[in-house]
Write a protein that binds this ligand. Structure first.
Ligand code: KMH
Ligand code: ZN
Length: 269
């Protein structure tokens, strides 16, 4: 069985003030993704930033980033519809109209650090229906036990089609803590026939990514999830984080999925 490595080069919160190596411009994001593809990643999880580094759902910036990535490699693009706190749900949802191979779906509202991450049930369901119509595969970001149950409810309502693709997100203040116990509990509660990965935010990133791989999950790496390689060691870019995840895959004697294998494994249209 091969393992999908996703690169998440930049997220919605950190800035170059936190780590000057964080890619934020379209050219920087595309360069980080291209390098990650060369290192073994087959999926790119993409957040967009405006010229002031603020998270944005601007469709022109999205088109620019997508075109730059597609010019350089066949890596599969997963647009974030989480986008960033404070961006309207309507603007976030409009990103799927660009028909990326995948887009994230955040099933529930929650406290997110010092802010609120709003995902009202009716809007979430509208977005799922639109994604299904457009052939955009939802990647389900579950930050707590109830978020998994909400996804299973949408599956049972006939809204979310199989094959379900989960990200178990750990370490967001307001979501579940990044502990091995929580990961094992969540992994045991997943439906038997699904694909999943760990998104471990911050210090636990390396350990929980390794445990996730050992438990049969896929892996995600990049500066959206951690800005550091270790205590007091800021990451000099996304490359070493991707290399580290690829090294874990190989060290566990697993195979890296190619883009074509990833299409099959994730049942992308
Ligand atoms: N950085 C993640 C914990 C998404 O991309 O849809 C939250 C997030 C969700 O950004
Ligand atoms: Zn994200």
């Amino acid at each position: 069985m091969s393992v999908v490595v996703t690169v998440a080069p930049t997220g919605p919160i950190a800035s170059k003030q936190d780590n000057p190596n964080l890619p934020t411009s379209p050219a920087e994001i595309a360069a980080a993704v291209t390098r990650a593809y060369e290192l073994g990643a087959s999926v790119a999880h993409i957040h967009l930033r405006d010229e002031q580094q603020r998270p944005t759902a601007d469709l022109n910036i999205a088109r620019d980033v997508i075109a730059r990535i597609e010019d350089a490699s066949p890596i599969l693009i997963q647009l974030s519809t989480g986008v960033g706190l404070g961006v309207s749900y309507e603007d976030r949802a409009a990103l799927v109209e660009l028909k990326p191979a995948m887009a994230t779906l955040n099933p529930c509202s929650m406290t997110f650090g010092g802010g609120e991450f709003l995902n009202p049930p009716t809007k979430v369901r509208e977005l799922v229906r639109r994604m299904v119509d457009l052939g955009v595969k939802p990647e389900l970001e579950i930050y707590d036990t109830g978020h998994l149950d909400e996804c299973l409810r949408m599956r049972d309502e006939g809204i979310l089609p199989e094959l379900l693709q989960f990200s178990i997100v750990m370490g967001v203040p307001g979501g579940m803590a990044a502990t091995p116990e929580n990961l094992i509990m969540m992994q045991r509660r997943l439906p038997a026939d699904c694909v999943w990965q760990v998104i471990a935010i911050g210090r636990a990133n390396l350990n929980l990514t390794a445990i996730g791989l050992a438990l049969g999950g896929n892996a995600r790496a990049g500066m959206e999830d951690t800005l550091h390689l270790g205590k007091g060691r800021p990451a000099p870019g996304n490359d070493p984080l991707v290399e580290r995840a690829v090294g874990l895959v190989r060290g566990l004697d697993l195979e890296l999925a190619t883009v074509d294998q990833t299409r099959e494994l994730l049942q992308l249209s």
